[in-house]
Design a protein around this ligand. Structure first.
Ligand code: NAG
Ligand code: NAG
Ligand code: NAG
Ligand code: NAG
Ligand code: NAG
Ligand code: FE2
Length: 478
């Protein structure tokens, strides 16, 4: 559809739209009314924390992707009474052939807490797009569970990710997880943007709350991979308790395939999954120039082949764009370091948590500033990622309700309610993001947006522009 306008007509529209835009600060702030109290943690004897019956029964079973491509799975679980076996028995749904893989277990101490036996076992060379059954607890109480491997990476492979952040273990956390499970758009894997158990909010960082959290999420995490990002509540830095090694409980309990992407730390790594390339970063590790994380990201971004995995997604805990008062500007130094690259490499979407609320940005960038030129405001930028804060899982610290006013232009929608997101990738050019609020029905989308792939749509625009200029040249020569 090409509509022909006179040159003056076009200018008039540009001026009017520009004027409307300049008098209208920002997007919309939801007027949804909510209870403003702190959320309560579920008590230790809650149903969701029940220990599975049987001698030395495996508990806290959770899985994550085990390699770069999606053909391996890391299976983790905890046995309470004795080490027991670290072996996993597994088989594809359509075969009788049972295979075995042998893992290992670790234990750790934190102040006066001693962990039980934490097993990790990677099962490899799986078939893509296949349901597998697996058994853990061989030799004592054996439990059988299952998962599905993703389809092979490819540009038009549909895939659905759930987005959860700052979950904790309150009644609201349980509602968030239930809404994710009951969503009519079934998620295949969860992108988790950090802050898992909030055990560090308890006296002496009571690590029993890491165990209850592991049992709470098992009902989802044993059946589909959670892609982990570390948040500030994973640091567990407590020199006053003799605990000065950051991330100790987290890195013992939640393993990730960081070596497969050439990373030297489990706190930053990447995976391919279906049509997505996911880069996980660490807001709470050194990220300045020359640091290991910086050097890894610098080599990582140019590696992404958008013809194979069109959707480039970055996960981190602290948001680079957030207009809430809570944690205001905490992501600023990270933005200064990395925003330029995110625009240059056309990252599609950056998901973060930390702020206990929901917010979606316009496509803006703020990379022109050089200290002396005064260009220090975010501008519309079609190459820029969309920034989505989804730190609204429901932890005991409650919601971040105070917002900066007026709502800045870069903020498209914001609301302080608990909930979760779904990123539904349709093909190389289209993905649909929706946000569900816990007070609504499972199928209700309180906010939603179509994402147009930044790599493929910019190619389309470029080829349209080429066609147009070819047409113009033809017209001129006729
Ligand atoms: C750890 O120490 C605290 C403070 O002395 C105490 O309340 C708690 O019961 C201890 N926990 C264990 C497992 O010993
Ligand atoms: C539990 O399993 C381990 C490993 O298979 C075995 O060595 C141990 O004897 C079992 N314990 C009991 C009480 O069956
Ligand atoms: C958590 O949610 C599940 C599923 O909706 C429910 O069965 C369970 O009773 C809930 N537990 C608590 C403590 O609210
Ligand atoms: C990128 O991926 C496509 C599709 O899988 C493949 O044909 C192409 O060779 C890859 N390019 C590079 C540079 O690896
Ligand atoms: C990609 O998906 C969108 C949304 O479902 C659809 O409108 C579009 O036609 C699809 N593109 C291709 C090339 O199939
Ligand atoms: Fe948090």
């Amino acid at each position: 559809m090409e509509v022909m306008w006179g040159r003056d007509g076009v200018w008039l529209i540009v001026v009017v739209v520009g004027f409307l835009y300049s008098i209208c600060e920002g997007g919309s702030t939801s007027s949804f009314l909510r209870n403003d109290y702190l959320s309560l943690d579920m008590p230790l004897d809650s149903d969701v924390f029940r220990v599975p019956p049987g001698y030395n029964a495996p508990q806290q079973v959770h899985i994550t992707q085990g390699d770069h491509l999606g053909k391996s799975v890391i299976i983790s679980w905890i046995t309470p009474d004795e080490p027991g076996s670290s072996t996993v028995v597994y088989w594809a749904q359509d075969t009788r052939l049972k295979r075995q893989a042998h893992g290992f277990f670790v234990t750790y101490r934190f102040f006066n807490y001693t962990s039980a036996y934490i097993h990790h076992c990677t099962i490899e060379n799986l078939k893509f797009d296949t349901k597998y059954y697996y058994e853990v607890g061989i030799g004592n109480t054996t439990r059988q569970l299952w998962f599905k491997t993703p389809p092979p990476p490819g540009p038009d492979v549909p895939y659905t990710f759930g987005l959860i952040g700052d979950l904790g273990q309150t009644y609201d956390s349980n509602t968030t997880l239930t809404h994710y499970e009951e969503s009519p758009t079934k998620g295949d894997a969860i992108l988790f943007v950090g802050d898992l158990s909030y055990a560090d909010d308890y006296p002496f960082h009571d690590n029993v709350r890491w165990d209850t959290w592991g049992r709470f999420i098992e009902r989802v995490a044993a059946y589909q991979p959670w892609i982990w990002t570390a948040g500030n509540h994973e640091i567990d830095f407590a020199p006053q308790l003799g605990e000065a090694r950051p991330f100790k409980p987290y890195t013992n309990r939640y393993h990730v395939p960081y070596k497969a992407s050439g990373s030297t730390s489990p706190l930053w790594y990447s995976i391919k999954r279906a049509s997505a390339y996911i880069i996980v970063m660490s807001s709470y590790s050194a990220f300045g120039k020359y640091t290991p994380q910086y050097k890894w990201v610098e080599k990582e971004l140019p590696k992404v082949n958008r013809s194979e995995t069109p959707w480039l997604i970055v996960l981190m805990h602290g948001p680079m764009y957030s207009s809430y008062e809570n944690h205001y500007m905490e992501g600023e130094s990270f933005r200064v370091m990395y925003e330029k690259w995110f625009v240059e490499y056309k990252v599609d979407v950056v998901f973060a948590g930390h702020v206990h609320a929901y917010e979606r940005s316009e496509r803006v960038s703020n990379i022109a500033y050089n200290i002396v030129n005064g260009l220090c405001r975010p501008l519309n930028d079609e190459s820029a990622p969309m920034y989505i804060t989804i730190g609204d899982g429901g932890n005991l610290e409650g919601l971040a309700t105070a917002m900066t006013e007026p709502q800045p232009r870069y903020s498209a929608y914001r609301e302080a309610s608990f909930g979760h997101g779904i990123l539904d990738i349709k093909n190389r050019s289209h993905a649909y993001f929706s946000w569900n609020r816990n007070q609504d029905g499972y199928a209700v989308e309180a906010d939603s947006v179509w994402l147009h792939n930044k790599y493929w749509t910019s190619l389309e625009h470029a080829s349209l522009a080429t066609q147009r200029s070819n047409n113009l040249q033809q017209t001129a020569t006729q």
